[in-house]
Design a protein around this ligand. Structure first.
Ligand code: GDP
Ligand code: IMO
Ligand code: MG
Length: 426
């Protein structure tokens, strides 16, 4: 069996959580492979709304196994909050969730370091989610990290050593670290996690594949936030791309099957960093209002702009996307005209390959303007009902991106999903 991967092609918040939930009935296993509680994945169904941060979005369907893979960084306190809320709403999480022994733990001092690093950067700060993501991955790569499996291997000494190293770092930055009750809460949460199945998830996943089970990997963040290929340094600290599913779960590249690339019919970004098609005018504000573009975790305003096909083509190439999923097209339902950026003008040169630097003051986007469809699509049940202008928008994108759009989302609810490929209906 193959492993299918679903990942974001823009700067995150494309709607990954919603579509993972929709696709889950087709799979036996759903797995997260990178990121941590910087993610906020929203699901809506039966009049209820859930925001997941560390727990995969495959927990609400039919008892599929959900895995938090080794590439993830886990904050025990936030995990406990999330898990307890889900357990209260009737999900038997301890039965279906498996956590890799190799996940790296976000410590209270990692969060203090995240904040201190941002303060030190001043005007050039990244605008992180403040969840300690960067410092935790830094410790992983510098071989100083603390892993969940360490719980059974001299944990207290390892924790104390990491903590004192962090405190020295904070002090050398002029900080006066105060842990208060954070530490006790963290240690209590570590005890709570012991109630879960802590496993060698690379063995589990490969065993399940050998038994003929199907696996869906759920990406967090988006390709343009990837630490290697995103708009560095305004990125997150993990590989959000398809290759991240191999290293973050322990599946070999030749086991990857379908790669679902998910994007919004426009584009958003939260936090700092370049965004060539950003709109600072009324249109941008309208998109933000209609699309409720506020961070699921931080509540921060998301910056909004037109779709960027230069960047999307790059994301499709880096990930080997086999099919596209277009989200939030309903947000553009009332627009007279829709724009799509097809090239960048960089100091007089027409550029169609995503360049090393996308400093916005140097880039002038070249747009193609398409007629809007001016139709409320949110109640539609099949693509046959799509207005002609919307069908043309889909055809335009499929041609430009040379990849089929197999799912179109027309609202936040699970039901507001139009599947265009009969192979995907189950
Ligand atoms: P993720 O991080 O990629 O899972 O995405 P988020 O949950 O952070 O952000 C997507 C937001 O858009 C959430 O509030 C979803 O409920 C909402 N959403 C998802 N699909 C659609 C859609 O097709 N139309 C509209 N209007 N909202 C959507
Ligand atoms: P989901 O999975 C959107 C952004 C932050 C910041 C940068 C680095 O919901 O799509 P970090 O805390 O990771 O060190 O922040 O990355 N960022 C996201 N933006 N959606 C996300 O996740 C994000 N996770 C991180 O805003 O610019
Ligand atoms: Mg999100």
């Amino acid at each position: 069996m193959k492993v299918d991967v679903l990942l974001g092609l823009q700067w995150g918040d494309e709607g990954k959580g919603k579509v993972v939930d929709v696709l889950t009935p087709r799979y036996d296993v759903v797995a997260r492979f990178q990121g941590g509680p910087n993610a906020g994945h929203t699901l809506e169904f039966e009049g209820k709304k859930y925001v997941l941060r560390s727990i995969p979005s495959g927990i609400f369907q039919h008892g599929q196994i959900n895995i938090i893979g080794n590439g993830v960084v886990l904050d025990p306190v936030l995990f406990r909050e999330e898990a307890e809320a889900l357990e209260k709403s009737g999900i038997d999480l301890k039965k279906i969730l498996k956590i890799s022994k190799k996940v790296h733990l976000i410590m209270p001092t990692h969060r203090l370091l995240d904040a201190a690093n941002e303060r030190a950067k001043g005007g050039s700060k990244i605008g992180t989610t403040g969840k300690g993501i960067g410092p935790t991955y830094t410790d992983k790569v510098s071989r100083n990290g603390l892993r969940l499996g360490d719980l059974f291997h001299n944990f207290e000494a390892k924790y104390e050593a990491a903590k004192s190293r962090h405190i020295s770092m904070l002090e050398s930055m002029g900080e006066n670290p105060q842990l208060g009750d954070l530490e006790q809460k963290w240690l209590d949460a570590m005890d709570y996690i012991k109630g879960y199945d802590i496993v060698d998830s690379e063995h589990l996943v490969n065993r399940m594949l050998a038994e003929g089970k199907s696996v869906l990997c759920e990406g967090a963040q988006g390709t343009l936030l990837d630490v290697d290929f995103g708009s560095y340094p305004f990125v997150t600290s993990s590989n959000t791309i398809c290759a991240g599913a191999c290293s973050g779960l322990g599946v070999a590249p030749n086991k990857i099957g379908e790669v679902y690339g998910i994007f919004k019919a426009y584009c958003t970004r939260v936090g700092a960093g370049p965004f060539p098609t950003e709109l600072f005018d009324e249109t941008g504000r309208t998109i933000r209002d209609l699309g409720h573009e506020y961070g699921a975790v931080t509540g921060r305003e998301r910056r909004c702009g037109w779709i960027d096909l230069v960047a999307l083509k790059y994301s499709i190439m880096i990930n080997g996307v086999t099919q596209l999923i277009m989200m939030k097209s309903d947000v553009l339902d009332g627009f007279d005209e829709i724009k799509a950026c097809v090239a960048y003008d960089i100091e007089g040169e027409r550029v169609t390959e995503f360049p090393f630097s996308i400093e916005e003051d140097k880039i002038v986007p070249e747009y193609v303007t398409l007629p809007g469809w001016k139709t409320d699509m949110t109640g539609m049940k099949s693509e046959d009902e799509f207005p002609e202008a919307f069908k043309n928008y889909i055809s335009f994108l499929e041609k430009e991106l040379a990849t089929p759009i197999t799912i179109v989302s027309i609202g936040p609810d699970r039901e507001q999903t139009i599947v265009r490929d009969s192979k995907l209906t189950k």
